[in-house]
Structure formats: structure tokens, C-alpha cells
Design a protein around this ligand. Sequence first.
Ligand SMILES: [Zn+2]
Ligand SMILES: [Zn+2]
Length: 344
Amino acid sequence: MALMKAVVYRKKAGLILEEIPAPEVDDDSVIVRVADTGFCGSDHSLIESGFLSDGTILGHETSGVVVATGKNVTTVHEGMKTIVRPTFCGKCRECLLGMTHLCGGARRSIGIGDLPGAFAEYIKIYPQMAIEVPAGVDSQNAALAEPFAAALHGIRVAGTKEGSVLVIGGGAIGLAAVKILGILGYKPIVLSEPVKEKRELGKKLGADFLLDPQLDNVITRGRELTGGIGFETILECSGVPDNISVALELAAKGGSVCMISIIFKSITITQPLNMNFKEIRFTGSYSNTHEENRICLQWMAEKKMDARSIISDTITLDELPFVYRERIQSGKAVKVMVAIGDEF
Ligand SMILES: [Zn+2]
Ligand SMILES: [Zn+2]
């Protein structure tokens, strides 16, 4: 049996590099040789939660090349460049409502779900999970289609089409949102982020105004920047519970607040009457659809965006356990890209 390198989560030791059996193709599956895999904020949360089972291989922001297909596989071919998203059944209530990413039937996924993830040299997936990478898109951009699609999905869930927007939090998703909001024509785009390097990246990606919540009064400045009206759209990407009240305070009448970050703690809404008096739509978004990934790949192919601009660290698989402790756990890295196999 062929062996491969993978970074495995161990209850006692955390992330460690191991040699494990490489996955083997069966009639219905596909084997992908991994090129690049991004380290996601949710990977960090899962490790810190203590709920992750021993032996888990994380990693879902990935790109690679198909190297083997089972005899029943017709839609995917060897040599195809691909990214990977979860399966969906197409028949359950959620799928029929167009929310295939929330499928309650047969959702299978790598890294976070039931299948081993892509901090490994090879992964086994099912054909429905493969989304072909168009010509002109490199493997690092392709691996980041997923977090950009997550930002696009949050904007779509917010349900607005244009106008002023406040992005709270300039981590990978907040920065991706800034870029996409620019492509979609929102203006002005305001980013609130305490870390200087992240604010500067936000500026490069198209933010019109930057706020530092440690120095600026975000509520006062937000009102000034919108002529007292407040923001049509607010995207919460910081994960800081208190920012929900800030968002509701700063939303315009009829405005929309979408929580893209996943907050595990209780939140207190200081002025619930904001929701009534301003008729705010307050919602949350989760994951993203195959279609949204295709849109992001297309923007990459058209050179409308280069997702590599959010990468702060490019490392090897061997370096991941160390870099996790030094750069990810401490929040120093924006986006760590793990270059695993042959890049394209
Ligand atoms: Zn992710
Ligand atoms: Zn379904």
C-alpha cells in the first residue's frame, strides 16, 4: 500500500505530520493529487474547540489534479484541474429551495465533514464534489475560490445590490468581501479592523475608508461617512460578539446585517428596538454554493481578482504544525497557503 504525507490532528499532540496509507480509488470515487490547500479560520476554531476527533485530517480550501477515476465516474476525467465542494442530494427540502449548500440529505465533505481533508498529498472525493478550474487560474487562486465564495454568499444572503457597506473584521473573509463588493459596485466600502497590516491589505483590495476600532469611535465615524443615514449593508466578519450591537446601531433604515462569522458565544443586543424602528434585516450566512465557487473562479480567469493578495504565508506540509503554533494560533497570519504537490 502506497504511503503519503498528511498533517493529522491528534488529541494529545495537536497537528502532526504523519505517513499514512494513501486513499485508493473505488468504482464511484475520484483521487485528486493536492496542489495547494489554504488554512481556514474554521480549521483553527475546530482545533481549539476540543471537539475534533483524534485522527482527523483538516483542509477544505483546496485545489489539485485528478489522477484516478472509478469505473462508474463519467463527469470527471484524469488530468482535470479541480477544486472540491460538498455533495448535495438535489431532492431534499433545502436542495429544492436552491440551498444545496444546506442539504439535509446526503452532504458529504472533506476536511470538516465525513471525508479526510486536504492537508495531505492525496484526497478521495466523489464526482459531484469536483468543480473544474478554468484555464488561466493558478492552483493557489483556485484553492482560495472557496473562502471568496463564502464572502460572495454572505453578500447574497444580505440581499442588497449596491450602496454603502461596512465590513467589520479584516480577516480572510472580510478582505475577500471587500474585493467582491468592489467588483459588484458597492460604494463606499468601509472596513473596520484593528490590525494595521490587515487594514492596509483592505485598502489595496478596494476599501474606500478604513476604521481602527481601537482608536476610532466606529459608530460616530460610520454615521459621518454615510451622512447620518447608516449603512445599507453590514457584514460581520470579526467574530467579536459586541460587534453585533455596533452593526445594528449603524444599519440604515431597511438596511441589512449579515453575520458571516460564526459566533459560538451568547450575544447581547443592547438596543433591540433598532430592529423595529429601522426594520433591519438581521441574518447569517453559512458556507457557499457550487455556483458561487464557479463565479469566483470566473472572476479569477478574467483577472478581475487575484486571491493570492490575501496570502500572508506560503509554507510546506512539513511546516504546518510549527506554523500553526507560531503564526495561526496567535492570529498573526491572514491566510496561510500550504503548497503540497505540483502547483499549476
Ligand atoms: Zn473555510
Ligand atoms: Zn439535499
